[in-house]
Design a protein around this ligand. Structure first.
Ligand SMILES: Cc1cc2nc3c(=O)[nH]c(=O)nc-3n(C[C@H](O)[C@H](O)[C@H](O)COP(=O)(O)OP(=O)(O)OC[C@H]3O[C@@H](n4cnc5c(N)ncnc54)[C@H](O)[C@@H]3O)c2cc1C
Length: 390
């Protein structure tokens, strides 16, 4: 079979690309292939099943990887740019995170599938593309069953290496590297962190709102306010996910947790002194101020009943990072196809008519809707470039 466009990967970026091509009304022969048994399986699992697709604070600082100027151009114009491909309504929560108003990520997949329902796009699931061959007349796409399809244009939307249960195990980068592309180093990002645990052993399962800072030697890498959840291997939670993107590619990073970030040193010290005066046991000096178990762990670590030293420990609770939980637990991949090898249209500079969208590229965003905004806007951006080409 001969196609004008073949989209490989029916996740967030591939579906957005297909929907945008379909919207054009041009009579194109399009094929969409996905290795999974259903399209958009990862998309349906995003945002704890609620689909955090964007963020009102859509600025370039929230993206990492190559050519952030281009990423800014594509993804940062309008926080609702990615959402334009959908017909449902969206709303933001108090932290600026944008969700479908019904708060169901699966509805995003339904919405995109509906928009493709009456299209002439050939959709194949359970079809892993094993190889792409480039020839003078276009490409040959070798499918898992051994069949070959011919196509003029390819859009590679195969995602990264995070969470292989979604058929994203990193093996599909080879489709691009076999055509001459190179990868920047790959790391798990938006992932739980393994830390030294001796001071947090009693805190398993406790969630606290705090400020968490990551230091590489003396250098502050990033500081984030949000939830930290203590675990038997280290720390998890939104704030940890956010900070992990600057930690994953380094060794010897130290986390500093500031409990009670809304209170000044003096206020906390004074409250501890008042407790002391009232005759509280040493281990209870933070009672009522901090979660009891966390308070006890802080005081034990301080090793004294001095209000000043307890406050210092509470404001700077150090946890050396030992690693991450790895790609199987990460939400995204840091690194990917080198952005120096693609044009502003996200077309390969090495192979004409080969385009890329989404996480397969060396672009990763912070926690909070940035990765889906990139997937949706880059998918639509490439579709627009393809429409100009044909
Ligand atoms: C649990 C979880 C929660 C997340 N929550 C959020 C969130 O709330 N907000 C946010 O912004 N981001 C979130 N993310 C990240 C976001 O889901 C991804 O960044 C985004 O899905 C990337 O889109 P993509 O199209 O590039 O890749 P994917 O959505 O991963 O899609 C890639 C597709 O390619 C297919 N594929 C791979 N190789 C082949 C091949 N050789 N042949 C055919 N098909 C192939 C796969 O089956 C898959 O369907 C979350 C990620 C996870 C894992």
């Amino acid at each position: 079979m001969n196609y004008d466009v073949t989209i490989i990967g029916g996740g967030a970026s591939g579906l957005a690309c297909a929907a945008q091509l379909n919207k054009s009304g041009k009579n194109l022969k399009i094929c969409l292939l996905d290795a999974g048994d259903r399209l958009g399986k990862k998309l349906a699992a995003t945002g704890n099943g609620q689909g955090n697709i964007s963020n009102l604070e859509m600025t370039a600082e929230h993206f990492h990887g190559g050519n952030t100027a281009l990423v800014e151009k594509i993804a940062c114009g309008d926080p609702y740019e990615g959402a334009k491909i959908f017909s449902c309504l969206f709303s933001a929560d108090e932290k600026g995170r944008v969700y479908p108003a019904g708060r169901q990520a699966s509805a995003l997949v339904d919405d995109l599938m509906n928009s493709l329902k009456d299209s002439s796009i050939d959709i194949f699931t359970g079809e892993r593309v094993e190889k792409i061959k480039n020839s003078k007349d276009g490409f040959e796409v070798c499918r898992s069953g051994g069949q070959v399809i011919k196509t003029k244009i390819i859009v590679l939307c195969v995602g990264g290496k995070a969470q292989k249960q979604f058929k994203t195990d990193g093996s599909s980068y080879a489709l691009a590297t076999s055509l001459g592309h190179t990868l920047t180093p790959l790391y798990p990002s938006l992932v739980q962190l393994k830390t030294e645990t001796s001071h947090i052993k009693t805190l398993k399962g406790i969630r606290v709102d705090c400020k968490i800072s990551a230091f590489y030697g003396e250098k502050l890498l990033n500081a984030v306010r949000g939830d930290v959840i203590f675990t038997d291997y280290g720390v998890s939670g939104n704030a940890v996910f956010s900070i992990s993107s600057c930690v994953a590619d380094k060794q010897g990073v130290t986390l500093s947790i500031e409990f009670l970030p809304d209170f000044s040193f003096d206020e906390i010290e004074k409250s501890i002194a008042l407790h002391k005066k009232a005759g509280y046991e040493r281990s209870e000096l933070l009672s009522g101020t901090l979660h009891n178990q966390v308070g006890r762990a802080v005081i034990k670590r301080a090793g004294t009943d001095s209000p000043s030293i307890i406050t210092q420990t509470l404001k700077n609770f150090i946890l050396p990072v030992l690693g991450t939980l790895g790609f199987d637990y990460a939400q995204v991949t840091k690194g990917g196809i080198n952005m120096n090898e693609v044009t502003d249209e996200l077309e390969s500079k090495l192979v004409k008519n080969l385009f890329f969208a989404g996480e397969v590229l060396d672009v990763d965003g912070d926690c909070g809707g940035y990765n889906l905004q990139w997937a949706f806007t880059s998918g639509q951006h490439v579709a627009n470039a393809v429409l100009k080409r044909i």
